[in-house]
Ligand binder design. Structure first.
Ligand code: SDX
Length: 392
């Protein structure tokens, strides 16, 4: 195994873990799923193919892939009573908060927790999760728009269904667009897994107490929501719009981002691990040009994003801190061109990341990892005597 390292036994409850799923090299800007380069997978595979690879460890044969898609279709109906839950939310509720709640609520309708050591049971749980998550994810948007909730169409593909579930109205069928489906497929692949990031670590640590798969995924959705993590793709668009509305003065915002007294940061820049270009950002930047050209969309925010990247990458502050565009910097430009509302951008990230969360949860349980229990360095008081309240 190239690049394989073994951690000392003490790592077991330190928050680190061994994994065979994703390899990334932050210095070289390398990302591989089960040994396959992200650049190849993004170009040659489908999202369901990559989901199968991440979860079961090998690229599926044609028969396995067809069977996987058919088996997912068996579970695309979400219990009608789930609608009572979504009806309890105000239309203004952020889709990520609704998605986290609905994902956890799936446990109520699938109470038997899955035994990850039972291959058949685990396979069904995978198909059920992939099937129901994409439906409830789109319901968060439908609810915010006051639209009726759509059902998955088992005659259409997984990613094609996403656009239908989002945008099909009773007034007429949604006209699928190959360009859009291909762009989404690629974006979902690029978000599918990323080693032990914040939300994946959350899924693993919640699952390490043997909490169920839906409960663990729900926790991952909540962690992803944060603007320092998956919520950054929404924050990038809001930042680009702010710069655009402020006359497109890119240099002014690069200065603001460097000002220690200013809380403003360049959203979509920097990374905990990549101290080089995020390989996904390179692919998404190229895809943004291609998709907008194919759709005939001329978005000034793409030009502002490119100018921002150019100015920042020439700036010593960013160069000295190895701050490069990350996966979130250009993705929102494409989502926007596809007609996806900004509030749904992080939900898009969650749909892409779902197979990675499932794969990591499965690996952690099959490896019989102990309950997560990160240690701490205690820096508080030494022992001291109690003081009665009237003497304080
Ligand atoms: C994702 O971990 C993963 O793999 C995550 C992810 C995945 O696929 O799961 O890749 C997805 O979460 C990508 C990151 C999305 N977040 C953002 O784009 C938010 C903006 N970026 C930052 O908040 C920040 O870069 C982080 C949170 C991503 C990383 O933070 P670090 O590594 O802890 O960096 P830091 O906060 O220690 O900053 C180091 C220095 C600081 O300056 P100094 O104190 O040295 O003077 O760099 C500065 C920071 O102020 N800095 C930035 C900056 N990011 C870091 N300055 C301006 N703008 C930024 N974006």
């Amino acid at each position: 195994l190239t690049g394989a390292i073994t951690l000392d036994p003490g790592y077991k409850n330190s928050g680190s873990c061994e994994s065979k799923i994703t390899f990334l090299d932050g210095e070289e800007g390398i990302l591989r799923y089960r040994g396959y380069a992200i650049e190849e997978l993004a170009e040659k595979a489908s999202f369901l193919e990559v989901s199968y690879l991440l979860i079961f460890g090998e690229l599926p044969t044609r028969a396995q892939l067809n069977q996987f898609e058919d088996d997912i279709r068996k579970y695309t109906l979400v219990n009608e009573e789930m609608k009572n839950i979504i009806d309890g939310f105000p239309k203004t509720a952020h889709p990520m908060g609704v998605l986290a709640s609905l994902t956890s609520a799936l446990t109520a309708f699938n109470p038997k927790s899955v035994d990850p050591h039972d291959d058949k049971e685990m396979y069904i749980a995978v198909c059920k999760t992939m099937a129901k998550f994409i439906v409830i994810a789109t319901w968060t948007y439908r609810k915010s728009m006051g639209f009726p909730l759509n059902y998955y169409d088992n005659t259409k593909g997984y990613v094609e269904n996403f656009m239908r579930l989002m945008f099909e109205l009773p007034t007429g069928p949604y006209q699928s667009d190959k360009v859009i489906v291909e762009a989404l497929d690629k974006l979902f692949i690029l978000h599918a897994d990323h080693e032990q990031n914040c939300s994946t670590s959350t899924v693993r640590i919640v699952g390490s107490s043997h909490a169920g798969l839906f409960a663990s995924i729900s926790a991952g959705v909540s962690a992803l929501w944060g603007p320092l993590h998956g919520g950054a793709n929404q924050a990038v668009l809001e930042m680009l719009e702010q710069i655009n509305n402020d006359g497109g003065d890119v240099a002014k915002y690069v200065l603001k981002a460097k000002d220690k007294d200013d809380p403003f940061r360049l959203m979509g820049f920097g990374h905990r691990v990549y101290k080089n270009f995020d390989p996904r950002a390179k692919i998404i930047k190229k895809a943004a040009d291609e998709v907008l050209a194919k759709l005939g969309v001329d978005d000034p925010l793409l030009d502002i994003a490119k100018q921002l990247e150019q100015v920042a990458l020439e700036d010593d502050y960013f160069k000295s801190r190895n701050l490069y565009p990350n996966v979130d910097f250009y993705s929102g430009i494409i989502y926007r061109a596809l007609g996806i509302p900004t509030e749904m951008f992080t939900v898009m990230f969650a749909i892409g990341r779902l197979p990675g969360w499932i794969a990591q949860w499965k690996e952690m349980r099959i490896n019989k990892e102990p309950i997560g229990r990160p240690r701490q360095v205690y820096t508080g008081y030494a022992l001291r005597p109690f003081v009665p309240v009237d003497q304080r």
